[in-house]
Design a binder for this molecule. Sequence first.
Ligand SMILES: Cc1cc2nc3c(=O)[nH]c(=O)nc-3n(C[C@H](O)[C@H](O)[C@H](O)COP(=O)(O)OP(=O)(O)OC[C@H]3O[C@@H](n4cnc5c(N)ncnc54)[C@H](O)[C@@H]3O)c2cc1C
Ligand SMILES: *[C@@H]1O[C@H](CO)[C@@H](O)[C@H](O)[C@H]1NC(C)=O
Ligand SMILES: *[C@@H]1O[C@H](CO)[C@@H](O)[C@H](O)[C@H]1NC(C)=O
Ligand SMILES: *[C@@H]1O[C@H](CO)[C@@H](O)[C@H](O)[C@H]1NC(C)=O
Ligand SMILES: *[C@@H]1O[C@H](CO)[C@@H](O)[C@H](O)[C@H]1NC(C)=O
Ligand SMILES: *[C@@H]1O[C@H](CO)[C@@H](O)[C@H](O)[C@H]1NC(C)=O
Ligand SMILES: *[C@@H]1O[C@H](CO)[C@@H](O)[C@H](O)[C@H]1NC(C)=O
Ligand SMILES: *[C@@H]1O[C@H](CO)[C@@H](O)[C@H](O)[C@H]1NC(C)=O
Length: 532
Amino acid sequence: MRASRSSTTIFSLCSVLLISFSLEASSSSIQDNFVQCLTNHSYPSHPISEVISLPNNASFKSVLQSKVRNLRFMTPSTPKPLVIVAAKNESHVQHTVLCAKSVGLEIRIRSGGHDFEGVSYVSRKPFIVLDMFNLRSIDIDIANETAWVQSGATLGEIYYGIANKSKNHAFPGGVCPTLGAGGHFTGGGYGNLMRKFGLSVDNIVDAKIVDAKGTIIDRESMGEDLFWAIRGGGASSFGVILSWKIKLVKIPSTVTVFRVERTLEQGATDIVLQWKKVADKLHEDLFVRLVIQLVNGSKEGDEKTIKASFIALFLGQSKSLLNLLKQSFPKLGLQRKDCIEMSWVESILYWADFPNGTAPEVLLNKNPNEIIFFKLKSDYVKEIIPRDGLEAIWKKMIEGGGVRMQWNPYGGKMSEILESETPFPHRKGNAFKIQYSVGWREDGSKTTTNWYLDLIKEFHKSMTLFVSKDPREAFLNYRDLDIGTSSTGKYKEGRVYGTKYFKGNFDRLVKVKTMVDPDNFFRNEQSIPTSP
Ligand SMILES: Cc1cc2nc3c(=O)[nH]c(=O)nc-3n(C[C@H](O)[C@H](O)[C@H](O)COP(=O)(O)OP(=O)(O)OC[C@H]3O[C@@H](n4cnc5c(N)ncnc54)[C@H](O)[C@@H]3O)c2cc1C
Ligand SMILES: *[C@@H]1O[C@H](CO)[C@@H](O)[C@H](O)[C@H]1NC(C)=O
Ligand SMILES: *[C@@H]1O[C@H](CO)[C@@H](O)[C@H](O)[C@H]1NC(C)=O
Ligand SMILES: *[C@@H]1O[C@H](CO)[C@@H](O)[C@H](O)[C@H]1NC(C)=O
Ligand SMILES: *[C@@H]1O[C@H](CO)[C@@H](O)[C@H](O)[C@H]1NC(C)=O
Ligand SMILES: *[C@@H]1O[C@H](CO)[C@@H](O)[C@H](O)[C@H]1NC(C)=O
Ligand SMILES: *[C@@H]1O[C@H](CO)[C@@H](O)[C@H](O)[C@H]1NC(C)=O
Ligand SMILES: *[C@@H]1O[C@H](CO)[C@@H](O)[C@H](O)[C@H]1NC(C)=O
């Protein structure tokens, strides 16, 4: 029986709960060699000792936990790094790469720490964590409509910084303010400006990285192949991103948001059917996300029902929005009172579920208010799901006990960009992306965890008929180790998950990888392999 638990909504939790865990003191000669190597190489002006934490140091636990975003990877049995280097200067990054390589330790690079599978701070092999959170400067040039942002900057800091300088500029990226620029951008980076401006990677014009030789290179010195690969292919296979140069986009000073919610009893099925027909064809100034979840019926004792929430951002005023929806999405029945006009930065707070009236300075908080246990998966939908299909999905949701879905429409600018332009391949022909999630608070025991993991796996399986096939596509930023992993770094294993994340771009990524990191130093469970 499934229905005995219920999943927790996770994406209002963009907002640190510290749970204690014990550490086994680990020391080994490899760790000593690594630290000695760093000490030998560090510059007197930037002493490395200040940025190193070892497991027996008082700071180790808090540094490690400060960027854990999923309680599944904060348990006593979660493997811990031998050393954490929280770099404060580029030279620390270079020396960490060189020393890890020379002593034969795996490196995990962490910026915001939101990796869904904890890949940025957990490994089954002896490893160190290179933390980027101290490297977080943001340098915005409104006249040139560009900015240099370091990897450790959060989206909230970047958005706040832009809004503090201009009412008419923005940057297209994720809706959760605590995401790190390092990991988020290199995995694609999508948000509610995607239909108008594309992904974060479509708006990146330069980058500085430390390569496998420990050298700092930029777009000019790295060449277009590597610059292509890090914009969507996952930089953790290629090097360490120090900073990105982003291109700002122009937006009106007033935007409009709404959230309209309907249960099955209130006609949700008809509205969802129309959403599916029109969401990717609507005017590109409009993004309407659909969240579908299991809720209580309206009266006590009612059966559980499905609630569909339509959450929108429109780049304009409510009057034009109402006209537009009256013509293209009448079933929603949008009214003037549903629409709220505000500035772009306020719309970020609205989308991140902060209460009305919250000051934008909250975006400068780098840590969420709470973290929970969770698991996510993704899918892409290209064809219409018929009414009986939808009804079968509702039935499965009600019987299954609470997998939540978020449907994010594509189209607009996303369809104009060729699949091969960046490693992110899910462009024209995709109507929307599905995000599946389960979240829980009760405990991290194997029994509870497996119950939720099985629940989401089974639900994902039940959707096979409606989603992309050969390959069944997946989104890199929604990392999912169920779709394949490689412990050996072999091409054959890598191809399994590689074609799902990158389709035809996988082979070019392999070529770039073989060229820039032939020894496969930068690796993880789902990194790009070298060619066979
Ligand atoms: C609450 C929440 C909301 C989210 N919302 C969105 C969203 O709206 N849109 C979206 O696209 N995604 C979203 N995501 C997914 C998110 O984009 C990815 O998890 C992303 O990888 C996070 O980047 P990070 O720097 O915070 O994570 P990290 O865990 O630090 O890094 C993620 C990956 O990137 C690598 N990496 C990190 N920094 C560097 C670096 N400097 N150089 C090289 N490699 C590096 C890591 O090794 C790891 O493989 C969300 C995730 C969460 C948990
Ligand atoms: C560090 O330097 C010392 C003294 O020069 C040397 O003996 C040692 O081998 C070096 N260690 C490493 C790991 O480079
Ligand atoms: C961390 O631990 C090492 C080795 O145990 C010690 O030499 C160093 O002084 C400690 N650093 C701090 C900041 O406590
Ligand atoms: C790193 O150190 C160099 C040399 O002192 C300096 O020029 C540079 O600005 C520093 N970088 C950061 C990010 O502090
Ligand atoms: C734009 O950037 C260029 C090169 O960095 C600089 O020379 C120029 O002065 C900048 N333009 C403005 C308007 O600031
Ligand atoms: C916002 O801009 C003002 C004026 O330019 C500046 O003084 C202030 O420091 C900025 N705030 C932040 C948090 O950067
Ligand atoms: C739904 O019902 C459960 C008990 O059946 C109750 O604990 C919970 O608070 C209710 N939730 C809402 C949103 O009404
Ligand atoms: C938000 O607050 C403002 C005033 O602070 C108020 O005018 C507005 O109606 C509120 N909006 C909502 C949706 O509650």
